[in-house]
Ligand binder design. Structure first.
Ligand SMILES: [Zn+2]
Length: 289
């Protein structure tokens, strides 16, 4: 949904509640405590006629127990979704006129609703790893380049990340402890159907892919032809370069703990890039779970 539409449409609590009630209940309120659908309404709230408890559409959801007004949540979601390269919590705090702790709290909850839960990738799936590291570590890496063992020492300073992209489908990413097969293969098996064709580069971590998936196509970067080969890794490589640019632009240093959160956010936006309305609706739906 366009930012301007959200600003115009959801500028009052009543409008936001109306949208959420339709999304969660299809307009038939249901008591979150006993599940009964008979209630008496009073100012955005309902009293259950069975258990006599009072509730609203946001009880027990990510919107609940925060002092942040609903129109601010809607605006925050829209801002985060429309920032292609991400938005820092400082920027978010300025746009929403809230303090930076509140902005950080909002951002954290919204990112939690962006976590991919039960997707299974199938068909042609590109898998690739990428190494993320802070500026200091990059300098260290460059300094180490003269060292013949630099590949090991340099990369061990960076955080490895695995990406899995289904052709014309979703991307799923996972931060790794180590970029090696015994960690990579179980993650791939968890997210990718065994009937899939896996496309990877020649990195040893993917060596046993052919034992777990229907087929394994190994791309030789120095030889393969971008234009004519049906098996390529252009999509996943495109995602990595976008992700790295967003890290440079928005998040000046990467914290190990939050890297997966950043990745989830960028992957979510990437997955809904062709349908921003669906991205907005799905996120709202996840916030209500
Ligand atoms: Zn009840």
């Amino acid at each position: 949904m366009e930012l301007l539409t959200v600003i115009k449409k959801f500028n009052t609590k009543v409008e936001c509640v109306k949208y959420l009630e339709k999304l969660k209940w299809n307009n038939v309120p249901e008591c979150p405590y006993c599940g009964d659908q008979k209630s008496s309404p009073k100012q955005n709230r309902y009293t259950c006629l069975k258990c006599n408890r009072s509730y609203s559409v946001t009880v027990g959801t990510m919107f609940h127990s925060s002092k942040v007004p609903l129109p601010i949540w809607f605006l925050a979601i829209s801002l985060i979704l429309s920032a292609k390269k991400g938005i820092s919590s400082r920027q978010l705090s300025r746009h929403l006129s809230v303090d930076k702790d509140t902005a950080w709290f909002i951002q954290k909850r919204i990112r939690k609703a962006m976590i991919e839960k039960d997707s299974v990738l199938e068909g042609v799936v590109e898998a690739d790893e990428c190494f993320i590291g802070g500026k200091k570590k990059n300098r260290y890496f460059k300094k180490r380049q003269k060292d013949p063992t630099r590949r090991m020492t340099g990369y061990s300073e960076k955080i490895p990340v695995l990406g899995m992209f289904q052709r014309s489908g979703k991307i799923i990413t996972r931060v790794l402890n180590h970029a090696w097969g015994k960690e990579i293969i179980p993650i791939m098996k968890n997210w990718i159907s065994a009937k899939s064709t896996i496309v990877t580069d020649g990195f040893g971590g993917y060596y046993y892919c052919s034992e777990h998936f229907q087929s394994h196509q190994v791309i030789n970067h120095s030889k393969y032809n971008h234009r004519y080969d049906q098996y390529h890794m252009n999509n996943i490589e495109g995602f990595w370069s976008m992700f790295k640019r967003s890290l440079i632009g928005q998040y000046h240093k990467v914290s190990n703990i939050y890297l997966q959160d950043y990745l989830n956010e960028m992957a979510y936006k990437f997955n809904y890039r062709k349908s921003t309305d669906m991205g907005f609706k799905t996120l709202m739906h996840n916030m209500l779970l």
